[in-house]
Design a protein around this ligand. Sequence first.
Ligand SMILES: *Cc1c(COP(=O)(O)O)cnc(C)c1O
Length: 463
Amino acid sequence: MSRSAHPAGPRHADVLPEGHYTAPPADLNDLDPRVWARTVRRDADGVVTVGGMSVAELKEEFGTPAYFLDEDDFRARCRAWKDAFGEDADVFYAGKAFLSRAVVRWLHEEGLNLDVCSGGELATALAAGMPAERIALHGNNKSEGEIRRAVEAGVGRIVLDSFQEIARVAHIAEQLGKRQPVQIRVTVGVEAHTHEFIATAHEDQKFGIALADGQAAEAVRRVLKLDALELTGIHSHIGSQIFDMAGFEVSARRVVQLLADVREEHGVELPEIDLGGGLGIAYTSDDDPREPHEIAKALGEIVRHECEAAGLRVPRLSVEPGRAIVGPTAFTLYEVGTVKELEGLRTYVSVDGGMSDNIRTALYDAEYSVALVSRTSDAAPMLSRVVGKHCESGDIVVRDAFLPSDLAPGDLLAVPATGAYCRSMASNYNHALRPPVVAVSQGEARAIVRRETEEDLLRLDVG
Ligand SMILES: *Cc1c(COP(=O)(O)O)cnc(C)c1O
């Protein structure tokens, strides 16, 4: 991330304050196609459209704040992942990024599988007709009830995360008279974030069973002894918002080494490996994510190379993108309520949502971009902080961004790349009503998750 001052500078600021920002774009009205959903355009009248519908019409029908999701883009991304990995691999969409029944149907139609990590996600997947054998259940502390429902439904994969869970899943499968396919999630000693990965201090986390000190090999031994479990492979997920393939390379090498050790000790070649998700997307113009075909090529080559070196048959590969599929397909639309200038610092722009619809900025300093979408403006850029309406000073949506200096109450702002981990992490803080998710395609818009109402809130409050 570069930190540089714009020579022209915002109004009232000779010296720009600290922050994560680059110079404002030459034209604030431009929409960088890397951070906006595929069908987003600015029309001749200056109003932005998605799926052929203008934000003015969308606001009229659905209000603000609201998430608008480009369905054609979502489906195109599913197909791109599916095509890139081909017939010898499976693409599991990570449902925790954003899940609804419509999304499950799109995934089903586009031939993707689905990762769930709770009873609620499993219920949504099954309610929308995802075949159970295409569902994988994750989680570091699945309840007995969740495991039972998953085994009963016949999910295609349960990813085991601890020694206790090996016994727990085996016991439940035995009771139900089933043989449950499972993978073991290992911690490979790599932790990857955004632009770097760390290959030390890795086992210190709650997920998975460590490869180091023989824990994972011991887990394999235990699972292979249990008739109620069918060990199909090894799973590794190294982090999120990753741009650098080097972390995956180390992960693949260590997982394949475990497969070789398993063959050596038990004489069995496990048929599957799962390298997880975590592929990065562009939140700002500084981010430069890889395309699915580049990722598929890189991962495929690493796995093939490592298997050849170890003399192993190449296992069936699976990957689990969540953010990389849904993240770029949606933006959040807000209405500006107040504009407050702080002399020599920046301008605080308050919108009608905030940390209740996007917690990522407060949670881990996530960076976003933002644009004025209800009109164009030729006014000078002003350094802005887009904040919400909640009772927390950390209630920030976009920490540093340039917006036109004639911004006024009633203008509509859109924050792109909010498809993943925004609605799914939304809260009712301050009794905010969680916004709808509206799917837009070819001139038509429909809420796939409706806006919460005060009646919804009061219904839960049993008095
Ligand atoms: C969260 C998660 C994913 C998806 O991560 P993204 O960053 O959304 O791609 C995939 N696999 C597992 C096991 C996860 O926990």
